[in-house]
Ligand binder design. Structure first.
Ligand SMILES: Cc1cc2nc3c(=O)[nH]c(=O)nc-3n(C[C@H](O)[C@H](O)[C@H](O)COP(=O)(O)OP(=O)(O)OC[C@H]3O[C@@H](n4cnc5c(N)ncnc54)[C@H](O)[C@@H]3O)c2cc1C
Length: 394
């Protein structure tokens, strides 16, 4: 068994784990990251793509914003749509904050490069990750490295940034942890297409056939989604069927608007659920990002919540390890969960407002809600404030 010693052992090199190691290093705190996948795999995973205002601010402050501002796109709002109507909700006008379109793949690459330049210790392609002695002052992480050697990492603190399937959340004893879950009766069929977006801002469309979303990744790559039933086999959706459904639901021809199809380069089905596990700290184990909570992607919050958690956790760990000041670490779970539940509610609200479920009464309530959000200052303001994002620590 080869042994390593560090101050913070981080499980998972997704956005939460990489950003945490970066922020800690800026304050001189040493960390070691272990990751199940290869670096190439982590950097190629097509996932989130909308960065809210506070995420951009934090990445800028951490010296990670250069490529984001060069290659990303600032968006001032979204369109809300239902048959025959499309309304723009302008975030900048309403709350003075914008969002940026910049893929999670790019955020992860920027983080990967920054960590590499810093000489960060990251063990990719590990297996059998386990966490130990979390209630003690000497917690540890063990795993098997890519060459098959046993590794043990001794630390002062372990942070679970290992997403929804990692071992850390399950390491909190059943008697201590509490979970909340909502599984939705539909999924998203998502595509990436090599075609310029047919819209300047994202279009969120309610339609009797089901929800559709027109998003984008760049000036030449579009990202689009269709609501589909759970258990949908992607093979039953050939490209022509996808483009035809998108044209119908997004309103091709409505007021002269055209949806331009193009070659589809990626296609997958994403089930949707809300999940929260509390507390986000147990002894010397802290949870951050998807390890503690999952939101359906309708509110574009998953990646942003991971960043917000880490934005709170990094200074808390610096204070704990450098000054023996426990206040921020003790407050971490409660402080983070305030925002987690706000984003959980917003994501649930956007999801249930926009996805059809076959119930005619619910359809009328959804349309009424959409008309109110688009037509009233109070409704539009609420959506804008939540979508563009509340401050970290809200
Ligand atoms: C298919 C998909 C599509 C998504 N689309 C959107 C979207 O459109 N918009 C949006 O806002 N959000 C989206 N999300 C959510 C968003 O991507 C996540 O919220 C975000 O990645 C959270 O970052 P994280 O670092 O907490 O977790 P993750 O990115 O999941 O990172 C966790 C890391 O831990 C590693 N790991 C797991 N187990 C172990 C182990 N045993 N040992 C070591 N390492 C381990 C994983 O390999 C992974 O690299 C999507 C998620 C998925 C899965």
């Amino acid at each position: 068994m080869s042994g390593m010693r560090t101050e913070v052992a981080i499980v998972g090199a997704g956005p939460a784990g990489l950003l945490l190691s970066h922020l800690l290093a800026q304050d001189g705190v040493d960390s070691v990251v272990v990751e199940r996948q290869s670096r190439q795999h982590v950097e190629a995973r097509i996932r989130a793509g909308i960065l809210e205002h506070s995420t951009v601010q934090l990445l800028d402050a951490a010296g990670l914003g250069e490529r984001l501002h060069r290659d990303g796109f600032e968006h001032r709002g979204i369109y809300l749509q239902w048959p025959g109507e499309r309304h723009h909700i302008d975030f900048l006008d309403r709350v003075g904050r914008s969002v940026w379109v910049y893929g999670q793949t790019q955020v992860t690459k920027d983080l990967g490069r920054a960590r590499e330049a810093d000489g960060q210790r990251i063990l990719y392609e590990v297996s059998q990750t386990a966490v130990h002695d979390l209630e003690s002052d000497t917690p540890s992480v063990t795993c098997v490295d890519r060459d098959g050697a046993d590794v043990r990492i001794d630390a002062a603190v372990v942070v679970g940034c290992d997403g929804s399937f990692g071992p850390c959340r399950a390491a909190v004893p059943e008697a201590v942890r509490r979970t909340w879950e909502r599984v939705y009766p539909y999924s998203w069929l998502g595509i990436l297409a090599d075609v310029a977006p047919s819209t300047d801002d994202l279009i969120y469309a309610w339609h009797p056939d089901g929800f559709a979303l027109h998003s984008m990744r760049s000036a030449i790559v579009s990202r689009l989604y269709l609501q589909v039933p759970n258990g949908t086999d992607v093979e039953t959706w050939p490209d022509d069927r996808i483009w035809a459904a998108l044209a119908t639901r997004l309103g091709h021809g409505q007021d002269g608007w055209q949806l331009t199809p193009g070659p589809i380069t990626e296609k997958s089905v994403l089930p949707m659920r809300s999940y929260v596990q509390t507390p986000m700290r147990y002894g010397n184990l802290f949870l951050a990002g998807d390890a503690a909570h999952i939101v359906p992607p309708t509110g574009a919050k998953g990646l942003n919540l991971a960043v917000a958690d880490v934005g709170l956790l990094a200074p808390a760990l610096v204070a704990l390890l450098r000054k023996k000041d426990t206040a921020l670490a003790e407050a971490y779970s409660d402080t983070a969960l305030r925002r987690v539940w706000r984003c959980t509610h917003f994501s649930w609200w956007m999801t249930t407002m926009l996805h059809t479920n076959g119930d005619p009464f619910d359809e009328q309530l959804q349309l009424s809600q959409l008309r109110w959000v688009a037509g009233s200052d109070a409704g539009a303001q609420g959506l804008a404030e939540n979508y563009a994002g509340l401050p970290i620590g809200f």
